[in-house]
Design a protein around this ligand. Structure first.
Ligand code: THU
Length: 129
């Protein structure tokens, strides 16, 4: 069950999915990242003709936040405009785990919302410190 703040975060992720550049896969994804300081950074997936250069919505939001000086995050919502609901990919899980051991991760589409956390999605993550 999501609280009001989490519902708002999902709504911002849904809005961010409108900006997705998903001309190859057709999966328009948005993300909204809540920082400990109370700010929210959004992102979308940005695809490329050289497919592997694609940046997922989650990493776009995280990279935006980190490049603005933020490093402490509370929760991340991801929204996909599809009937297929998916949690963050492995690359995004690794990037999330770099900054938090216990971030709340909410993933949603128009039919379903799942509340999880990074510990569950990436147990025993790789770290160098
Ligand atoms: N995608 C995301 O934005 N986040 C994920 O966690 C998984 C996949 C994007 C990448 C690509 O543009 C499209 O969804 C299909 O893989």
């Amino acid at each position: 069950m999501l609280d009001k703040k989490e519902k708002e975060l999902v709504d911002l992720a849904r809005k961010a999915s409108e900006n997705a550049y998903a001309v190859y896969s057709g999966y328009k994804v948005g993300a909204a990242l809540q920082t400990a300081a109370g700010k929210i950074y959004t992102g979308c997936n940005v695809e490329n003709a050289s497919y592997s250069l694609t940046n997922c919505a989650e990493r776009t939001a995280i990279f935006k936040a980190v490049s603005e000086g933020e490093k402490e995050f509370e929760s991340l919502a991801v929204y996909v405009q599809s009937d297929t609901l998916f949690p963050p990919c492995g690359a995004c899980r690794q990037v999330i785990a770099e900054f938090s051991d216990d971030m709340t991760i909410i993933y949603a589409n128009q039919n379903k919302v799942v509340k999880s956390n990074i510990k569950k999605l990436l147990p025993e993550s790789f770290k160098l410190s």
